[in-house]
Design a protein around this ligand. Structure first.
Ligand code: N01
Length: 553
């Protein structure tokens, strides 16, 4: 990792047009756009380098489940033509290198303060500015704040009795040691079977003397079919980038260029359907769920895909009891984020890997040298928590954000996040969120959604500057309508049937609300563009704190 030169504010007070929180993919592009428009900006990043989720998630086997030629910025033609992705799915170190390259190539580092958390942001109504308090004791003042805090960056420690008493090392997949971990010769326990576990289990199994995987909920996973990219494959993408990027932005539901399904699963006979699933399975990856257009709308259609994957698990896993435990049966396929793996199910054929089913009673206790579950003690030397994140709202909630009248955002969101378009929340003027709850966000190729939000925010700030507008805020009515719409669209799908992190269901006490907007990336973009074209309809813009200005485009 390259050393990250950083600016020390050393407790001073500094003033900018915009403060950006986070130097992941959203923060980097936001900074680039702001600088291009001549705004002064400062980015605060708690890590020691850029990369966000790819800076922290260094667990063995970590890689993106969106193909690398698509999980990349499109804003610079030179960048997308120059950068060579080595594999179909980029491994974490390569994605981190890419983020570092972008920071260097566009000269972004001088405006980023590393190793510094934003702890509090308070809107001064009198002066119409945000006061941002940072962990180094400094204060930054800015007219605007952009939260580029990421959706899956707040690693969640589970509340398991005895966890603090464990004598060996405890690792969280979302907060992995930078120097790496060698499990050779160790007995290892992995708790959790989401994407992070599904990617890391085969790699840890290859090192450990014995691996115990503690599974509360079995998950659907599709083989990645990862491979090295050839120059011809890269060239094919590069030559077609204009259409690939256009499709991802405008026509896709999830920000991924793929052949769209044109029929429902029950319109095909059994043989044709199986052939289609076989072909998608052989091709690998997330687009398995694009085999038909109604898999997330119609339970009977969904069952056909779920049955297919359950059969595949039974074919791969030798021991019928283990296969049965690995077959998901409590949620429709795709309603929890589908996983993409390399040899996950086959790993359970190894004699040195044990699947421990904890569905009924959970983990009873962690002892200094064992995990107790189902009345049995599983002796381990190291423990891996692949227990996920306080998703979408967790990183925002860690900052004490105070809007008009000193109201806390955490208080406003106590019953679930409320935003207009996922971009702003009423009562918090001039505070933008990138890929916030209420936008397609985690249901999409994140970089496509990040670029869309950043461009929209940049356009909005330019609009305000041209008209000498001082503040923008979501109106109560627009926000209420948007929240109702997000909810209504979610209810039309099968998604709410799963206890997923999309619903906040993985965090005890978190309100059960479907957080991302499921209307589709293309549809959502048109809505946002339309709002902007109508002079930021649904937002209140003011020339100063008292005088309201009718915004016209
Ligand atoms: O987290 P998860 P993740 N006792 O929340 C279990 C993205 N991602 O880090 O389902 C026992 O999915 C929990 O069980 P249950 C991707 O979007 C992307 O794996 O709550 N078990 C579950 O099995 C993904 O969806 C990539 O019953 C406990 C697991 O821990 C998201 O990040 C790679 C427990 C958590 O699964 C999150 O994935 C990795 C307890 N007390 C991640 N608490 C890419 O490829 C939790 N669990 C881009």
């Amino acid at each position: 990792m390259s050393a990250a030169p950083s600016i020390a504010e050393n407790g001073r007070e500094v003033t900018f047009d915009v403060v950006v929180v986070g130097a992941g993919f959203a923060g980097l592009y936001m900074l680039h756009r702001l600088r291009g428009l001549g705004f002064s900006a400062r980015v605060y990043e708690q890590g020691s380098d850029v990369g966000g989720t790819w800076y922290w998630n260094r667990y063995p086997g970590a890689r993106c489940d969106v193909e690398s030629m698509q999980y990349s910025y499109s804003f610079s033609e030179e960048l997308q033509q120059d950068w060579d992705w080595s594999e179909r799915y980029a491994p974490q170190p390569e994605i981190l290198k890419y983020a570092q390259h972008v920071a260097d190539r566009f000269g972004l580092r001088p405006d980023i303060v590393f190793d510094t958390r934003v702890e509090r942001a308070e809107f001064d109504e009198g002066r119409g500015i945000w006061e941002v308090a940072t962990s180094d004791g400094g204060t930054a003042r800015a007219q605007f704040v952009v939260l580029a805090t990421g959706c899956l960056s707040n690693a969640r420690m589970p509340d398991i009795t005895g966890l603090g008493e464990f004598a060996g090392q405890v690792y969280h997949t979302g907060h992995w040691p930078h120097e790496g971990v060698d499990f050779t010769g160790q007995r290892v326990g992995v708790i959790g079977t989401g994407s992070s576990a599904i990617q890391s289990v085969p790699v840890i199994a290859a090192q450990a003397s014995h691996l115990f995987v503690f599974q509360r909920t079995s998950n659907f996973s599709i083989p990645a079919r990862n491979s090295l990219l050839t120059e011809e494959e890269r060239k094919a993408f590069r030559n077609n980038y204009p259409e690939i990027r256009r499709f991802a932005r405008e026509d896709s539901r999830n920000g991924i260029y793929a052949e769209p399904p044109e029929r429902g699963a029950l319109e095909d006979g059994e043989n044709a359907r199986r052939a289609k699933y076989d072909q998608r399975w052989a091709n690998g990856g997330l687009t398995f769920m694009l085999a038909y257009n109604n898999l997330l709308l119609d339970k009977a259609a969904n069952d056909t895909a779920a049955d297919f994957v359950r059969e595949k698990i039974a074919e791969i896993v030798g021991d019928p009891e283990t296969a049965k435990r690995l077959q998901p049966d409590n949620h429709p396929i795709g309603t929890k984020r589908i996983c993409v793996d390399t040899d996950y199910y086959a790993t359970f054929n190894r004699p040195d890997v044990t699947l421990v089913d904890i569905r009924s009673n959970g983990i009873e206790e962690i002892l200094p040298n064992a995990v107790r579950a189902g009345g049995e003690d599983y002796q381990i030397d190291a423990l891996v928590l692949a227990t996920g994140f306080d998703a979408m709202t967790g990183s925002v909630a860690k900052i004490d954000i105070r809007g008009r009248g000193g109201k806390a955002l955490n208080q406003k969101w106590a019953e679930g996040p409320k935003t207009y378009l996922g971009l702003m929340s009423e009562g918090f003027p001039n505070l933008f969120i990138v890929t916030g709850p209420g936008s397609p966000s985690v249901l999409s190729n994140m970089i496509v959604s990040i670029e869309q939000h950043v461009d929209w925010i940049a356009g909005c700030l330019s609009f305000m500057r041209r008209r000498a507008l001082a503040s923008i805020e979501a109106s109560h009515e627009a926000e209420e309508q948007w929240v109702a719409h997000v909810n209504e669209v979610a209810q039309m799908t099968l998604y709410p049937q799963a206890n997923s992190w999309y619903m906040g269901a993985n965090i005890p006490g978190k309100p059960r609300i479907f957080m991302p907007y499921i209307g589709g990336v293309g549809v959502y973009r048109r809505i946002c563009n339309d709002v902007a074209a109508k002079g930021y309809e649904g937002f209140t813009m003011r020339a100063n704190q008292v005088e309201q200005v009718a915004a016209t485009s």
